[in-house]
Write a protein that binds this ligand. Structure first.
Ligand code: ZN
Length: 313
């Protein structure tokens, strides 16, 4: 027995070494040689993919319907983050449960809070936390262009060999965002100013409201971490009846029950408010649908909002 082990020690070493090598090879990074980019929300992954194209590999941690305010990194996510070359997250306290791990990893890896590149004077204050900013910057297409530029610059620095391609792709994508911004603006203008009232499940649309002239109200606060209170529901129900608002909206990343409670409270006041459709607020749609891209998500939202609010007439 003893001699068997002794004789086989080199084999055992080889097996262990092989296992270690294989486990180190589980990321495509070593396989493909492409820059490995890991993001939190899909919107950022989409920006990186548009800039990096086939030259990079992008992995978003948060898929369709996932709420970034509540998201906690799994063990698998930690491995994914550790294997990344570049990590991009929104910041401004959007990913509230991930700040700790991201800050830890930033000590030895490129970790960028892309929304924090937006000039502070363009940011809105958080209505709840006075020292913080509202993190939902992607609803204003012009603000999102700052984020796209930050993603571009980060990729160019991380992978200088492909910098020219990243720059060209980003320029083309930024032009598409210009077109998108004009589209949202022109759709919004189809609604008379006094009918531009957007009521949603949580307070995510303040940048949208400022950019495109909507008054916005959310049932839950700026983060979904706190539940809507009964008085919030009653107060909004009163507003809906007084202002004769025809439709309110659910969000793909927030449970519908709060909006349904609102609908009930409005009904109790003898008024009907429709659910005008589902908006993609903090998470994008499925990857195989138009709403699985930032461009498609923004178009879907404005079309749904304008359609439902116009249809109420
Ligand atoms: Zn949110």
């Amino acid at each position: 027995m003893e001699s068997f082990v002794k004789r086989n020690i080199p084999t055992l070493f080889f097996a262990i070494a092989l296992a270690l090598t294989l486990s180190a090879c589980t990321t495509p990074s070593q396989d493909s040689g492409k820059l490995q980019v890991v993001t939190t929300i899909g919107q950022i992954a989409d920006a990186a993919q548009n800039i990096g194209g086939d030259l990079i590999e992008v992995t978003p941690l948060m898929g369709p319907g996932v709420d970034p305010h509540l998201y906690v990194a799994s063990e698998g996510d930690v491995t994914t983050l550790q294997n990344a070359d570049v990590i991009l997250y929104n910041g401004l306290f959007l990913e509230a449960q991930m700040v700790g791990i991201l800050e830890q990893i930033s000590e030895y890896k490129t970790v960028v809070a892309v929304a924090e590149s937006i000039p502070a004077e363009r940011l809105l204050a958080s209505p709840v936390y006075p020292d913080e900013h509202d993190p939902h910057v992607w609803f204003d297409v012009q603000l999102w262009q700052f984020v796209v530029e930050e993603v571009r610059d980060t990729l160019m620095a991380a992978d200088p060999e492909n910098a020219a391609a990243f720059e060209a792709n980003a320029a083309a994508y930024l032009a598409e965002l210009d077109t998108l911004d004009s589209y949202v603006q022109s759709q919004a203008e189809r609604l008379p100013a006094d009918q531009r009232i957007l009521i949603t499940a949580h307070d995510a649309f303040n940048y949208f409201g400022r950019a495109y002239g909507f008054e916005v109200m959310g049932l839950q606060g700026i983060s979904t971490q706190s539940e809507a209170s009964t008085s919030d529901v009653q107060e909004l129900a009163t507003t809906i009846v007084e202002r004769q608002v025809p439709a309110v909206f659910i969000e793909s990343s927030v449970p519908v029950r709060t909006v349904e409670a609102l609908q009930e409270a409005v009904r109790a006041r003898g008024h009907e408010v429709a659910i005008g459709g589902q908006l993609f607020s903090d998470a994008m749609g499925s990857p195989d649908t138009p709403e699985g891209t930032y461009l498609g998500m923004v178009r879907h939202n404005i079309d749904t909002i304008v359609g439902a609010l116009l249809g109420g007439n």
